[in-house]
Design a protein around this ligand. Structure first.
Ligand code: S3P
Length: 175
């Protein structure tokens, strides 16, 4: 049975790597944000606006417990998922957790190019974004680092490199 759970900061490529990894392994891919959005017929940004971050974190935890029990999956979490409640310990108890680690400059670059609306960084100038990433990454790192595996994805800046990353991830996971 395969159950791989990807964690890491916003913009670290959890969804891109997760989807491709699931494809390669022939298992189902889940993205926790998409799962929440489908289940509640609402965008993450709308949930933040209506219920605040606290409300979102409660839903996120409940949905994590629903989806992480599925078998033969690759699951990509939201960037904040490991950092609330006992979520990281819970994920570690269920599967092979893997932290996609990247430097703040790389994350900032990915986030500036991204199309997803992310409530935590909405409206920030490039300088504010870099500053925010540095501070919040430092606060989150202890949670991410509890993952059973860590792969550096700082070099994943184009498609070819995604395949290299997938190879690295598979090697790390012995899959
Ligand atoms: C968040 C990351 C987002 C999403 C929400 C909060 C965070 O997911 O869950 O906007 O706290 O880092 P991605 O990491 O997929 O962007």
């Amino acid at each position: 049975m395969i159950r791989v759970i990807l964690v890491g900061y916003m913009g670290s490529g959890k969804t891109t790597v997760g989807r491709q990894l699931a494809n390669t392994l022939g298992v189902q891919f889940y993205d926790l944000d998409w799962y929440i959005e489908t289940r509640f017929h609402k965008k993450v940004a709308e949930i933040f606006a209506e219920k605040g971050e606290e409300g979102f974190r409660d839903m996120e935890r409940r949905m994590l417990h629903e989806v992480a029990e599925f078998e033969d999956i690759v699951l990509s979490c939201g960037g904040g998922t490991p950092c609330f409640f006992d979520n990281m310990d819970y994920m570690n108890s269920l599967g092979e957790t893997l932290y996609l680690k990247a430097a703040p400059e790389v994350l900032a670059q990915h986030l500036r190019m991204g199309r997803t609306e992310r409530p935590l960084i909405k409206g920030k100038s490039p300088e504010e974004l870099e500053q925010y990433i540095q501070e919040s990454l430092a606060a989150r790192e202890p949670f991410y680092s509890k993952a059973k595996h860590i792969v550096d994805v700082s070099l994943m800046d184009n498609f070819e490199r995604i395949n290299i990353t997938i190879d690295l991830v598979r090697k790390e996971l012995n899959l």
